[in-house]
Design a protein around this ligand. Structure first.
Ligand code: 1HA
Length: 271
């Protein structure tokens, strides 16, 4: 779907506002916004566009309607080895989307009304912040429907809610209301359903007023603490990005292009 255009989106609604907020809405309300491979491909396309667009500062991920954020993988297209799309190939491509959301150097906010369960629960967990409506319901269903996410779905969850609670959530596969989710540290705030959009905007606008580079490097640092070598690579990439913008960094490039020795003597060594 690399050639996908906005006009071809069927499972997702993609909007961008003047003020710098991109809103990505999973639009399969009849299925409680369950995702099929195409849904994930479309989401990935939207996140990629929002990443590349310099006018976008914050991204909101949500689900259509008030009944669900996302109910996970569409069980009606689950085949052997994954979820089967129009091309007949079984995929677990939501795993790539999780990585994409974490790697995206802008804050991603999950706006959750109704069910965030199964793979849908993991999507909200990998977002940077979660704003929940008071009708939101959270949980993993995997062990009941013959599935599990032994990646971020388990390990990142344990970082959010602690080991005991993570094992409870997965082993018992219970559902939790918004208040319980807040107490567990799964979400940032709970608001009445009719204030969900407004409150999400308030949080987004507050972040938009802050230094984009500060937020970018902080996200990378918080990821790095969990992501091992891949996390260090992400954090390190930010250092390179900043160094390329400096005079010292540019001196090296300039010297190479001018076929002369670089002169780094004028750059102070800070303590
Ligand atoms: O674990 C993974 C992965 C792990 C590793 C790598 C990749 C992974 C990818 C995905 C997943 C998973 O997501 S596994 C977990 C899959 N999800 C579920 O087990 C949730 C199934 N749904 C429900 O438990 C309930 O529908 C609900 C709690 C979300 C809502 O209940 P409610 O309000 O009573 O509505 P309900 O009548 O059940 O659903 C409305 C319609 O939506 C139904 O269709 P209808 O009878 O009207 O034709 C229902 O079948 C459909 N629907 C809801 N969720 C799904 C779904 N259809 C397919 N797949 C769904 N996930």
């Amino acid at each position: 779907v690399s050639s996908l255009g906005k006009e071809e989106l069927t499972d997702v609604i993609y909007e961008k506002s003047e003020e710098g907020i991109a809103k990505i809405t999973i639009n399969r309300p009849d299925k409680r916004n369950a995702f099929r491979p195409r849904t994930i491909q479309e989401l990935s396309w939207c996140f990629s566009d929002a990443r590349d667009d310099p006018r976008v500062g914050v991204i909101v991920l949500t689900g259509a309607g008030e009944l669900a954020f996302c109910s996970g993988g569409d069980q009606s297209v689950r085949g052997k080895g994954g979820y089967v799309g129009e091309d007949g190939i079984a995929r677990l491509n939501v795993l790539d989307l999780q990585v994409q959301i974490r790697r995206l150097p802008k804050p991603v906010v999950a706006q959750v009304a109704g069910y965030a369960v199964g793979g849908g629960h993991i999507l909200h967990m990998v977002c940077d912040l979660t704003i929940a409506a008071d009708n939101a319901i959270f949980g993993q269903t995997g062990p009941k429907v013959g599935s599990f996410d032994a990646g971020y779905g388990s390990t990142h969850m344990a970082r959010l809610v602690g080991q005991k609670k993570a094992r409870e959530m997965w082993f018992l596969a219970r559902l939790y209301d918004a208040r319980e989710a807040l107490d567990m540290g799964l979400v940032n705030t709970v608001v009445p359903l009719d204030q969900l959009e407004t409150e999400t905007l308030v949080w987004c606008r507050e972040m938009l007023r802050n230094s984009p580079t500060a937020l970018r490097v902080l996200k990378a640092a918080l990821n790095a603490a969990e992501d091992g070598q891949a996390g260090i690579q992400e954090l390190g990439g930010n250092a390179t990005m900043l160094f390329y913008q400096s005079e010292e960094g540019n001196e090296g490039r300039q010297a190479y292009m001018e076929k002369r020795a670089p002169d780094f003597t004028k750059f102070k060594r800070l303590p």
